[in-house]
Ligand binder design. Structure first.
Ligand code: 13P
Ligand code: 13P
Ligand code: MG
Ligand code: MG
Length: 362
């Protein structure tokens, strides 16, 4: 069978209300456009969802990664949906579209993008994760646990097909350089880097045969823009089972509502709350940060699903814990560590305030 490409392309093109959610007309418009493209034959299949105020397009096709046609189609869709957002005067209409003209690839232009190409296996379970109010480093900890931590993934210990471990591609977001590190051999080096999740971001994970297992969107919108625009609100795609981590092993790290950067004005740490799509509307202090997980079985490139994986009472305690942590950390108000450290505030509006104070320092 020919290889297929799965692309997840996302953008915040306007919030309803404020930055809390997505207006249904935007979702409808996006579905209509993708349905047309499917009929024209550009797409095999598609699925549209949102996490908070971020619109996620899940696309299957035969155009390969970084396809100009696919990226242009997604960009044009975001532009059209921005028109809908402008008519409704939604908040921050076109927030992530940093340019008026499309330049061949959505990467570097504001939207987030994660793509993988593979030969569909006899059975191909995949999980698409989407987040709101956080940055791409949010996937570092779960990816480490899923692919390198036997206390999370028992398959690393007892499944001979997983015993060799995995290779992590880590991106230095400031230098724009990639380093490949292997687990288990290099795990201490790996943790040195990815523990600094606002600087080093896991971009992809492969098995030792070079087969793709997971990809993330690594775009940092404020770095690209050089000013505060909003938060990246990244996506991640993970293939599961048959020599890769089981579905339950892929979901397990989210039973801990670990701390992520990006709550309120992109400037605060907060607990990452796993929720069903129906609860993916961050409201308290514009948060706390949310993550959804949609499971699909692929069949000839068609998305069979989704199953809303966090719509499960076994994540109730994680949600309760997230609320407790939110209560605690919120009491710090404008003080660190609720607020991000100064180095991470560089691309917020804080430097403008500091600038005003400059002459008062004697
Ligand atoms: P596979 O190796 O067939 O993916 O089975 C593992 C499993 O599902 C155990 O939970
Ligand atoms: P988004 O990045 O989700 O648009 O949120 C921006 C913000 O400032 C929320 O407080
Ligand atoms: Mg927004
Ligand atoms: Mg958002």
């Amino acid at each position: 069978m020919a290889k297929i490409t799965i692309s997840v392309i996302k953008a915040d093109i306007g919030g309803y209300v404020g930055h809390s959610s997505m207006h249904p007309n935007i979702l409808t418009r996006a579905m209509q456009i993708l349905d047309d493209q499917k009929k024209k034959g550009l797409l095999i299949d598609f699925y549209v969802t949102h996490c908070g105020d971020d619109l996620e397009l899940l696309l299957s096709h035969n155009q390969g990664e970084n396809s100009g046609e696919i990226h242009k189609m997604a960009w044009d869709l975001f532009v059209e949906c921005t028109e809908v957002a402008k008519q409704l005067k939604l908040y921050g209409a076109g927030q992530d579209l940093l340019s008026d003209a499309f330049a061949g690839n959505v990467k570097g232009m504001g939207p987030g993008c994660a793509e993988m190409t593979f030969e569909e296996r006899e059975s191909e379970p995949i999980i698409i994760f989407a987040a709101d109010k956080t940055s791409p480093g949010a996937w570092n900890m779960p990816l480490y646990k899923i692919f390198a931590d036997p206390f999370n993934t028992i398959g690393l210990v007892i499944d001979p097909k997983m015993h060799d471990g995995f290779t992590f591609e880590v991106l230095d977001i400031f230098e724009n350089k990639i380093v490949k590190l292997n687990s288990p051999e290099d795990i201490y080096d790996l943790l040195c880097l990815i523990g600094a999740s606002e600087h080093y971001i896991i971009k992809s994970v492969y098995n030792k045969n070079g087969e793709i297992a997971a990809v993330t969107s690594t775009q940092k919108v404020n770095l690209i823009a050089g000013r505060y625009v909003g938060k990246d609100d990244p996506v991640m795609m993970v293939r599961c089972q048959s020599g890769l981590p089981a579905v339950g092993e892929v979901l397990e790290p989210f039973s801990l509502p670990y701390m992520v950067a990006g709550w309120m004005r992109g400037s605060h740490w907060g607990p990452f709350m796993p929720v069903s799509v129906k609860d993916a509307h961050p409201t308290r202090f514009d948060g706390p940060p949310r993550v959804i997980a949609l499971g699909f079985q692929l069949s000839q490139g068609t998305f069979i699903g989704p199953r809303d994986m966090f719509a499960d009472p076994s994540y109730d305690l994680a949600r309760q814990k997230a609320n407790e942590i939110a209560n605690y950390i919120r009491r710090h108000g404008p003080f660190e560590p609720q607020r991000l450290p100064l180095s991470d505030m560089e691309y917020t509006t804080l430097p403008q305030v500091l600038n005003k104070l400059k002459d008062r320092f004697k």
